[in-house]
Write a protein that binds this ligand. Structure first.
Ligand code: SF4
Ligand code: SF4
Length: 207
């Protein structure tokens, strides 16, 4: 800004024609304008800083401590609300592959595949993928499941190095992780990408 002010001042000097106007006047007027601009800039910065300091002093409460004192994530687990909706829990042992959850999902981010198995009724789920790059954790998919085998979990931490890590195939995850109350394990999700067959044949007692 200072440079533009300086250049503005110089332009003004160049535009004035010394041959036609009083030399003193020419020097005086642009210099006054330039100083006024500098003063305005300094004043407005100081005024803005004063608003910040005044608000900080009015709102600071030593008892409340800072935001980072309350939420020391990831050193400590984040504090969750009682009805927090995190990554899903899914039980392949009960799922009948009706696709109700996938149809209900408003953004269509549940991808299922299934197959018939010789000598038994119904289907076997071969893939149950939720795309967490799209999921908005609304929980609608869990509301009409006839077997109550898809729920919202309480885990919120699933980081990875690739976008593929956000595509979780619950049919390839160990059951104790896919259905765990405490939620998904990033390392297990990465390992599940190498699994080609579902980890369980389907609902118990059907066959
Ligand atoms: S939580 Fe909502 S957006 Fe995510 S899979 Fe379920 S229905 Fe779809
Ligand atoms: S999770 Fe529930 S709603 Fe979805 S396919 Fe399986 S049984 Fe049907």
């Amino acid at each position: 800004m200072l440079l533009s002010l300086l250049s503005g001042g110089c332009d003004s000097l160049i535009l004035e024609n010394p041959a036609q106007q009083d030399q003193e006047k020419i020097r005086e007027v642009p210099m006054k304008g330039w100083l006024r601009n500098v003063w305005n800039a300094v004043w407005s910065v100081g005024e803005a800083l004063w608003v910040t300091v005044r608000t900080w002093m009015a709102s600071y409460d030593p008892k409340r401590r800072t935001f980072t004192h309350r939420y020391e994530y990831p050193e400590r687990p984040a504090v969750l609300a009682e009805r927090f909706r995190g990554f899903h829990r899914y039980d392949l042992r009960l799922c009948i592959a009706c696709e109700r959850c996938a149809r209900d999902c408003p953004i269509r981010c549940i991808y299922m595949s299934k197959r018939r198995v010789e000598g038994r009724k119904g289907f076997q789920v071969t893939a149950y993928v939720i795309d967490y790059t799209k999921c908005m954790f609304c929980g609608i998919c869990t509301e009409n499941c006839p077997k109550d085998c898809i729920k919202m979990g309480r885990s919120y931490d699933l980081s990875g190095y690739e976008r593929n890590g956000c595509m979780v195939d619950f049919a390839k995850l160990p059951l104790e992780i896919a259905w765990a109350e405490e939620g998904l394990d990033g390392a297990a999700v990465a390992r599940s990408a190498l699994v080609t067959e579902p980890v369980h044949p389907g609902p118990e007692g059907r066959g």
